[in-house]
Design a protein around this ligand. Structure first.
Ligand code: NAP
Length: 244
């Protein structure tokens, strides 16, 4: 297999994940396009191949399915010696509305299964392979809606968006970023950060986002490729640090 740097992106068959895959392929990384639906993964690879990127391959991974995560790990281990970057991008919003007083536990659990528990299970499975890299990076794709400081600030543009399951699952994801980066701070040159892509037009919001996917991928690419002097355990967008 290739000596290029390697990256696995979950939910990379479309949206911000797909654009991130394209950008990292452009930077000469070997990109594993995580897709829960294998056909959609292959279509994404085909699209990137047609643009001239041959350094991409799809891999089936459903972040809510332990068997699928295990299989993806075995597949990757048979192909590469080390994983340089893991981008935990797969995410869902869940059914709306999500008022705190009435959201169903099944809705809450489904959102947490993907955005929080799934992300942790994927990360734990790929840590060993990441530890073999000289410069391992993990980007946990979060949201400014995760910020409790934003939710306390009436001036925050999305102050009214108290989307209980989605927002709190991303807050929990941010807590995981803090815990894991702290645990690994002395062990290797890990850089583990939460990144907010910003309000981006994708399926997730029925294309109501005000940014393009190119803009949405900017901060993710930046923290996926950050140097050894870069931060770890932080929460960022393309403007800089975000309050927790
Ligand atoms: P998107 O176009 O809906 O893409 C979401 C991706 O996640 C799809 O590839 C989807 O796969 C995948 N996914 C969902 N559940 C999965 C599962 N169980 N296993 C594996 N993959 C799964 O949305 P997006 O806007 O690009 O979102 C990407 C990330 O950015 C998400 O974490 C989202 O929360 C975050 N974000 C987005 C915005 C925004 O404004 N768009 C803002 C802040 C944060 P399928 O195609 O199979 O459904």
């Amino acid at each position: 297999m290739t000596a290029k740097k390697t990256v696995l992106i979950t939910g990379a068959n479309k949206g911000i994940g797909f654009e991130t895959a394209k950008r990292l392929a452009e930077l000469d990384y070997f990109v594993f396009i995580g897709s829960r639906n294998p056909e959609n993964g292959l279509l994404a690879v085909k699209e990137l191949n047609a643009l001239g990127y041959k350094n991409v391959e799809s891999i089936q991974i459903d972040v809510t399915n332990s068997e699928s995560i295990k299989n993806a790990k075995v597949t990757l281990e048979s192909k590469i010696q080390k994983l340089d970057v893991l981008i935990n991008n797969a995410g869902i919003t869940g059914e709306m509305p999500q008022n705190a007083s009435s959201i169903t536990l099944s809705n809450l659990r489904a959102v947490y299964d993907t955005n929080f528990f799934g992300l942790i299970e994927v990360t734990q499975h790929f840590l060993e392979l990441l530890k073999k890299s000289d410069e391992p990076r993990i980007v946990n794709v979060s949201s400014d809606l995760a910020s409790l400081s934003n939710h306390k600030n009436p001036e925050y543009p999305f102050y009214e968006a108290k989307v209980t399951a989605y927002c709190s699952s991303k807050t929990a994801l941010n807590a995981f970023t803090v815990m894991l980066s702290h645990e690994l701070k002395n062990e290797t040159r890990f850089k583990i950060n939460s990144v907010n892509p910003g309000f981006t037009a994708t399926d997730l919001n029925h294309f109501t986002g005000t940014q393009t996917i190119e803009q949405g991928a900017n901060a993710i690419v930046k923290y996926a490729t950050i140097g050894n002097d870069g931060p770890t355990g932080g929460f960022f967008d393309d403007q800089g640090e975000i309050a927790w």
